[in-house]
Structure formats: C-alpha cells, structure tokens
Design a protein around this ligand. Structure first.
Ligand code: NAP
Length: 319
C-alpha cells in the first residue's frame, strides 16, 4: 500500500506534532485540519504538511478534507467537559463518539479504507469517568466498522515527552508550591514516550498485520502518581513534601481546580484514577520495546531549570 496523502485529524496537538514529523520524514503528504491555523506555526514549517483551517464536525467539510486520502488518523480528544450528564456530556460525545462516526461516513463516501484511531487505556462503557466511557464508546464503534474498513486502535497510558501536559504540569507546580497536596497519589500509571507512540502510528499505516487489531501503549514500568511527582521533583531540583489527600479533600480540590479555565484536574479526572492505568502486556504492539521514563524525561525536564531562571531574569529586567 502506497501512502500519498494521510489525513491527521487532531494532528495539531502534542502527539499529532510527533506523528506529523514521522510522516513528513517519509515524504508523505499530510493534511492536518485545525480550528486555529495561527496556533500551528511549528507544523506549517514542516515540508509535506498542509494545515487546513476547517470544521471537522461539519460532514461536508470532513468529506472534502478526506478527498484523495489513502489513510486517516484520528487523534481528537478532550480531557474536560463541563456538561456532567450521564453517561457522558455533550462535548465528550461530540469529540469521542460523534466525530468517529462522521469520520467513518466520510471515509465511506471517499472510498478510504485505512483508519488508525487513538483511544485511551482502560476506555470502556462501564469505566468510572465520563472521559473513559465516551472514549470507550468511540473505540467500540470504530472496531465494529472493522468488517468494512482496515482499522487499528491504540490505547495509551499517559504519554510523556517534550511539551507534555502531565510531567510538565507537575514540574511547574513543584517549582512554586512549598508542599504539594496530591489527589490520587496511589493511582498507577505506565507512562509511554511520545516518540514511541509516533513510531507505531507511522509504522502501522501500511502494515496489514495490524488491521483489525487493538494495542495497548505503555512504557516498561508502572509507577504510582506519588512516585512520578517525586521523580519530577528530583529531576528538576524542586523536591517538595508530597501529601496524599484523603478522598473527601481530593474531591474538593478537583472540584475547585475544575473551575479554572484550563483545569489541571477535574472531578472526572479524579474518577478516571479509580482504575489503574497499567497493562498486563497481552495487547502489546509487535516488537514493542519502549523507552524508559528515566532515559527520556530528564532530557527535557532538567532543561526547565535554566529556562525558568532566564525567564525570571527577563521578568526582572522588564522584558
Ligand atoms: N496525552 C496523553 O497523555 C494521552 C493519553 C492517552 C490518550 N490520549 C489521547 O491521544 C489523543 C491526542 O492527545 P494529545 O495529548 O495530543 O491532545 P492535544 O494536544 O490536546 O491535541 C488534540 C488535538 O485535537 C484537536 N481538537 C481538540 N478538541 C477538538 C474538538 N472538539 N473538535 C475538533 N478538534 C479538536 C485540537 O486541534 P485544534 O485545536 O488545532 O483544532 C488538538 O490539536 C487524544 O485523543 C487523547 O485522548 C492522550
């Protein structure tokens, strides 16, 4: 299967930038839809990448985007939805369930067979959080389309790497907070490096052995959240006392943080931590050999220190 054009939906974000780079290196034309073209300057500079300002929720715009495509990758995902209805709110429904349905319809209309879909580890209809329930339903409907389309689904644990919003958020909090009260301190994660995620997305596109398959994407080791935050403090030089919040206080903290414009945590996020975000390794990608956290995270977390110091010099100099 030759790839001339890949449509990378949700490609302007953290993971999408890495996948776009991998495809661009192989000289594949990549069309990336975005709601805000001005925010995607780094990607615009890549050869073979076309940033297209459009509304992927509009079926006609989506069909036009997929015209002439050989494959589609869907990365669209949101972490928060203020609509708290059950089993999930309307924004989770639009991003995680309705959009995949529209993508399949646009593929059908354009005769595109190949779809690589980004789900999330532990996504399921009966999961404790609305995020995971909506992701689970989107994943299920994409898999059910496997008779008609060549579908591959990936289910990552938390993804880390330069520009992540997980370890970097804790690095920022640890810099300013004298102590850190931690919700979900005992929740377990198996962080996976973004470069490894991008590698398998790019590699699977033309590999028929991956059609109809679902893969977990996890790093080599599981950690509690407390261990991860403590590690970030060690690498950035901002070790702080960490306090595991009891459930009631954790729920209150999540509720208050959830009111912020860009919440670092919400009650729904806290609920998602009720299930361990780790794999038993039975659904690993063939030949999966992920980078350890300790090999990759210091490469970008340790540079936070000098950068922040220069920021403070600039601030003091009024620049
Ligand atoms: N990062 C992780 O740790 C992690 C872990 C497990 C699963 N995942 C899944 O991996 C995928 C990519 O994650 P990421 O961290 O790269 O996310 P991200 O940085 O937030 O990027 C997501 C992209 O999707 C687009 N998007 C967001 N909401 C949209 C909406 N309502 N309608 C249309 N487009 C929308 C945005 O594009 P524009 O703003 O340019 O339109 C954005 O660039 C998501 O599906 C996420 O659930 C991520």
């Amino acid at each position: 299967m030759e790839l001339k054009k890949v449509v990378l939906i949700g490609g302007s974000g953290f993971v999408g930038g890495w996948i776009a780079n991998r495809l661009s290196e192989r000289e594949i034309r990549v069309a990336i839809p975005t709601r805000h073209r001005d925010n995607t300057k780094q990607l615009i500079l890549l050869p073979t990448i076309d940033m297209i300002e459009t509304d992927v929720h509009d079926p006609q715009a989506l069909a036009a985007l997929l015209r002439g495509a050989d494959a589609v990758i869907n990365l669209v995902g949101i972490l928060h939805d203020r609509d708290s209805r059950e089993p999930y709110g309307k924004n989770f429904a639009a991003a995680h369930v309705e959009l995949p349905t529209k993508i399949l319809a646009a593929m059908r209309a354009n005769g595109v067979r190949r779809l690589v879909h980004m789900s999330a580890l532990k996504a399921a209809a009966d999961a404790p959080s609305a995020y995971l329930r909506s992701k689970g339903e989107g994943e299920a409907l994409v898999r059910a389309a496997g008779a008609e389309f060549d579908v591959t689904v990936f289910r990552p644990s938390v993804i880390f790497g330069p520009g992540d919003s997980f370890l970097n958020t804790f690095a920022c909090l640890l810099r300013f907070a004298p102590v850190l009260p931690l919700a979900g301190a005992t929740a377990r994660f198996q962080p996976v490096y973004v470069g490894d995620v991008a590698d398998v997305f790019a590699a699977c596109l033309t590999d028929p052995a991956t059609f109809g398959q679902t893969y977990d994407l996890c790093g080599p080791k599981a950690y509690t959240l407390r261990e991860l935050v403590s590690y970030v403090g060690q690498v950035t030089g901002h070790r702080r006392p960490l306090f595991a919040l009891p459930h009631g206080l954790a729920a209150l903290q999540a509720k208050l943080l959830g009111l912020l414009p860009n919440p670092p945590m919400s009650p729904d996020n806290l609920r998602s931590m009720q299930v361990d975000n780790v794999t038993d390794g039975r659904q690993n990608y063939p030949g999966w050999n992920p980078q350890p956290l300790e090999a990759m995270a210091p490469l970008y977390l340790s540079t936070i220190r000098p950068r922040l110091r220069f920021d403070s010099y600039r601030h003091r100099a009024g620049r």
